[in-house]
Design a binder for this molecule. Structure first.
Ligand code: ADP
Ligand code: MG
Length: 342
């Protein structure tokens, strides 16, 4: 090692992952897709195994002063299942690694696992193992999920073609606004503990933050319609950053229309209340866990009336041009911000 020191923040999360990836090559024929998608793809014959892992750490990812442990358990499973959904697969097993400090009682661990069990039942996954260790301070929960998908139905980030239609499920930005509400109420409570938090009005937003769902329903519905998306990713970091990943991996450009981006009315109003441009919450908010995918235009007829799938734009042949057409008709370059952990 030389004396040179480079800050990880200079690379950012994506730069760091690219660097790790470039230093490894795959040695086994069964490793069909390594680093760089929502899950790794492992060939086992007519089907592929899908493996993905996500770690949540107290502090950067959650604040136990307003996150109930039961919800945390549910969310930790849901965000993993979401990565399997993003491959068009079905989750089957999870393993859980837990770092616990002596701040946590048996009752607290029970509450966490109540949420985990609820998610396992909802997504039909089995908890098959894990690891338990002590953690010097906060709670660490790391989940690995294993799923399965038929070979020809496996959807990567890299399959979009020119002129595919870009689709997004549900609505965007609400989870981010839910977090802003929770943070604000925490501040209010800290400065005046007599004040009870006023969360009822914001129930939908807070729910989107605390108890996200993986869109397995969409995976099943696309299957019923005989649609295999050409590319897919789940929206964990914000629409702009995920569009950037799809475009870059598929070597296509992105064109979306601001007026087509689904934003819930409560999220919109609350963003205005917080003096945040509502479109920014959708583009850069994160934690929506909706699915972003592209379809061949020939599949459009089959889902054009789906109440929860929105058609926000299309791909084009210039990979260097990712743009949004604003409500006023101006061309805005799309910048991938993503989360800044470092
Ligand atoms: P997602 O947001 O879908 O969970 P990430 O952005 O976390 O995806 O990860 C992108 C890709 O990089 C995935 O293939 C993931 O497995 C891989 N990856 C992330 N961190 C590491 C790491 N420390 N070492 C190796 N691969 C990693
Ligand atoms: Mg993902």
């Amino acid at each position: 090692m030389s004396d040179k020191r480079t800050e990880i923040a200079d690379l950012g999360e994506f730069g760091l992952i690219d660097r790790i990836k470039s230093n490894f090559s795959l040695q086994n024929l069964t490793s069909l897709k390594g680093i760089g998608d929502d899950a790794a793809v492992i060939g086992i014959g007519k089907e592929n195994l899908l493996v993905s892992t996500d770690m949540l750490i107290e502090g950067p990812h959650f604040d136990l002063s307003y996150v109930p442990l039961q919800h945390l358990g549910y969310k930790a499973v849901a965000v993993n299942v979401s990565d399997i959904a993003a491959m068009n697969g079905k989750p089957e097993q999870i393993v859980i690694s837990l770092g616990l400090s002596n701040r946590f009682s048996l009752e607290a661990v029970d509450a966490l696992y109540d949420g985990i069990r609820a998610a396992c039942q909802n997504y039909k996954v089995d908890l098959v193992g894990g690891d338990t260790t002590s953690s010097p301070s906060g709670l660490v929960i790391s989940i690995t999920v294993i799923g399965r998908v038929e070979n020809e139905k496996t959807v990567l980030r890299s399959g979009a073609k020119v002129n595919d239609i870009i689709c997004v499920t549900g609505d965007l930005g609400a989870a981010f606004m839910g977090l802003q509400i929770l943070e604000r109420e925490k501040q209010v409570f800290q400065s005046n503990p007599e004040m009870q938090p006023d969360l009822e009005k914001y129930e939908y937003l807070v729910g989107r933050q605390l108890k996200p769902e993986a869109r397995m329903d969409i995976v099943y519905e696309l299957e019923e319609q005989n649609i295999v998306p050409t590319s897919m990713i789940d929206i964990s970091d914000g629409l702009a950053s995920e569009l950037f990943h799809l475009g870059k991996n598929s070597n296509v450009g992105i064109k979306i229309f601001e007026d087509k981006i689904p934003i819930d009315s409560m999220a919109f109003e609350t963003a205005v209340e917080f003096k945040i441009d509502p479109i920014t919450t959708a583009l850069n908010g994160g934690e929506d866990y909706e699915l972003l995918f592209t379809i061949n235009p020939s599949d459009f007829e089959k889902i054009k009336n789906h109440p929860d799938i929105h058609f926000i734009g299309h791909t084009h042949d210039n990979p260097n041009q990712n743009v949004m057409i604003s409500k006023q008709g101006t061309v805005v370059p799309l910048l991938a911000q993503g989360w800044r952990h470092f």
